[in-house]
Design a protein around this ligand. Sequence first.
Ligand SMILES: CC(C)(COP(=O)(O)OP(=O)(O)OC[C@H]1O[C@@H](n2cnc3c(N)ncnc32)[C@H](O)[C@@H]1OP(=O)(O)O)[C@@H](O)C(=O)NCCC(=O)NCCS
Length: 173
Amino acid sequence: MRVRKARLPDADAIHALIRSLSYDGTLLPRSPAEIYENVRDFTVAEDDAGRFVGCGALHLYGPHLAEIRSIAVAPRAQKAGAGGLLVQALLEEASVHDVPCVCLFTRIPHFFERFGFAAVERATIPDKIYKDCANCPRLHACDEIAMARGPLPDTAVLGPAQVEERLVPLQVP
Ligand SMILES: CC(C)(COP(=O)(O)OP(=O)(O)OC[C@H]1O[C@@H](n2cnc3c(N)ncnc32)[C@H](O)[C@@H]1OP(=O)(O)O)[C@@H](O)C(=O)NCCC(=O)NCCS
């Protein structure tokens, strides 16, 4: 089992795996276009024969926060270490970017606790709320646990205040 950064030819396998786990809300659905556009966020896991077995993505909100998303291993390959390798690779990627806090939303908090994640109030990561939750049909019936690893951010880049700021013309010196 090994992990590597995804390449564009991996996108269809990534999409198929995420789609297979989206029907019951285990994963957020991602369209092919969204995966093509964000394929550089993804890391993939391969078995010893080089076959795709899983994926996970690291979304960068900014210097204050990143999020692990779309982490999944094909049922036939689960419990062989791929999920753990993916989490570790994505945490190393956050570290390469000097991002101190990594968050995620999950129904299986126990899986992530071993990597140092702890449950947090979802209001402590407003960027995630504005990116996904605000438009989610399950906004008021969400059964996912918000988790974070590292110091919680004291800033945000998404949301009404940030939109207003972007509308103010920049003063170029
Ligand atoms: C969660 C997932 C990525 C783990 O992948 P994996 O390759 O099986 O993980 P690993 O082999 O590295 O680790 C297996 C360990 O995780 C634990 N684990 C796996 N699924 C779990 C779950 N649903 N709840 C709690 N622990 C779980 C196993 O019990 C095992 O523990 P052990 O090492 O003490 O025996 C995989 O089960 C999966 O794709 N699940 C469906 C998609 C999903 O729920 N993704 C998470 C969305 S946030």
